[in-house]
Design a protein around this ligand. Structure first.
Ligand SMILES: [Zn+2]
Length: 480
């Protein structure tokens, strides 16, 4: 139940939707649909990331009772959409979780990894708490919770209607965002009345280098739509391989290290594909390229195992190059010891490591080791939440704290915006172009920063969508 003022909108018997995450922010995707008969369907169960000191508390209190959720639907594997599933299970959820087959495979490796992080973070913070005589705090979830969660995943192929619960069917369409990513479409039949609700998940780009374009979908009555880049156009100028080449040549001249923070799933493969392109064109500089993340290594092999999800461009390349994610000089770093060894090696070299916002993972160590030396460059390849380490560096911070130590920012900081896995406003508009705006009773903008969402709302009003809402976290509203 939301705060008292939200109930103003509700009639007792209404179907309802509540926005428990990715509401005026870009992480923590979580939307709860309550049917007239009281059954509850959860769309995504994502973790909040990079929200500073609030992150922990926001992840501990999801805003609803996990035991009351009957069924869950997962749009894609990214942790900001899937990361709290083990907590949901640990808190008593015991239903099915529908997703695409590739999402099932990717989610398995991401959640196992995330559970290990939760356990080791809890160990670390409990040591500190013990020194301060504070009580022991359980980890957000454990590997056992993650294992149980993975048993609940039910794969459904794109384009097929599947029964999720009495009176409710789901169909996935390709969202073009990462391998297996889906837009979620619900047909809800109650008391002889049909309601169609579509949830975009994260929308990719039309004409992506690897993935197929986002697919069209049936007319919806209600739409929940991401709006990360609702106010901007991606740079159509230089291509990703060219931009990467510039940065690589620059660190070669400085004999430095080029650090590329990248999401394990999606961005890492896109960088590898771009470097492979340079090799095919005979322009790839002959230096060492390290992928320093066990998760990224696993994710790359999962991505390779779903070639039928690739677009025609890459399938064409694969006719002559059977591994479009591998090239001369590429080295995979698995162990922590090998990762630490990189600190003692001299450049030039390229290190690709997770996480993308540099808030966690091995890349955070590489940044703390390289940031004070002007020979090095740190180049972000995706969206960074403003409060994350990546966000602060991109905003021009002259000094940043990493693991409790202050560092002068002397390395060059940059970003390659051409690489976003999220569509820009033209992509988002194109995604909506299969809909008759007048038939959409309400369009909810989720997964975006408020100022961006405000601008996007104005654009959509001009396109004829009559009712657009930008809900706050825990806001609940009736659907009829
Ligand atoms: Zn995503």
């Amino acid at each position: 139940m939301g705060p008292p003022w939200t109930r103003y909108y509700l009639k007792i018997a209404d179907m309802k939707i509540a926005f428990h995450g990715a509401a005026q922010t870009v992480t923590g995707s979580k939307h709860l649909v309550t049917l007239k008969n009281g059954k509850k369907i959860l769309l995504d169960c994502g973790m909040f990331q990079g929200m500073g000191r609030d992150t922990e508390a926001m992840n501990r209190d999801m805003g609803f009772d996990a035991r009351e959720v009957d069924v869950m639907i997962l749009s894609h594997a990214h942790i900001d959409h899937s990361g709290l599933i083990p907590k949901l299970v640990g808190d008593g959820f015991n239903g099915k979780i529908f997703c695409t087959p590739a999402t099932k495979t990717l989610t398995a490796i991401l959640l196992e990894d995330s559970a290990e992080i939760q356990e080791s973070d809890a160990k670390f913070s409990n040591k500190k708490r013990a020194q301060q005589h504070l009580p022991y705090q359980e980890p957000l979830y454990t590997s056992a919770d993650a294992e149980r969660a993975l048993e609940m995943l039910v794969p459904v192929e794109y384009g097929q209607w599947a029964n999720v619960i009495e009176g409710v069917e789901v169909m996935f369409t390709d969202a073009g965002h990462i391998i297996g990513s889906a837009c979620v479409h619900l047909k809800i039949n109650e008391n002889g009345k049909l309601l169609r609700l579509s949830f975009s998940g994260d929308i990719g780009r039309y004409r992506d280098v690897i993935l197929k374009s986002p697919d069209v979908f049936p007319q919806a009555d209600y739409i929940l739509m991401e709006s990360t880049y609702g106010n901007s156009l991606h740079d159509p100028g230089d291509s990703t391989p060219e931009l990467l080449l510039k940065w690589i040549r620059d660190v070669i001249s400085k004999k430095g290290k080029l650090i590329l923070p990248a999401f394990s799933v999606g961005r890492t493969q896109e960088i590898l594909f771009a470097l492979n392109q340079l090799e095919l064109e005979n322009t790839l500089p002959d230096i060492d390229y390290y992928v320093d993340s066990p998760l990224s290594i696993e994710a790359t092999s999962v991505v390779k195992s779903y070639p039928s999800y690739f677009n025609r461009n890459i399938q064409q390349i694969m006719k002559t190059d059977n591994d479009p994610f591998a090239f001369r000089g590429l080295k995979y770093v698995k162990t922590v010891e090998q990762s630490k060894q990189l600190n003692y090696l001299n450049g030039p070299m390229v290190i690709i490591s997770a996480s993308g916002m540099a808030d966690a993972g091995r890349v955070k160590h590489h940044i703390s080791n390289t940031i004070e030396n002007s020979r090095n460059s740190i180049v972000f390849t995706g969206y960074c939440e403003p409060r994350s380490l990546g966000g602060r560096l991109l905003a021009g911070a002259k000094e940043v704290g990493i693991y409790g130590v202050d560092h002068q920012v002397n390395a060059e900081i940059g970003s390659i915006r051409s690489m976003s896995a999220h569509g820009d406003y033209e992509d988002l508009s194109q995604w909506l172009s299969c809909q008759d705006p007048k038939l959409v009773k309400k369009l909810f903008l989720v997964h975006g920063e408020p100022d961006v969402q405000g601008e996007f709302k104005k654009r959509l009003l001009k396109k004829g969508f009559p009712d657009i809402m930008i809900p706050e976290r825990h806001f609940e509203i009736g659907l009829d």
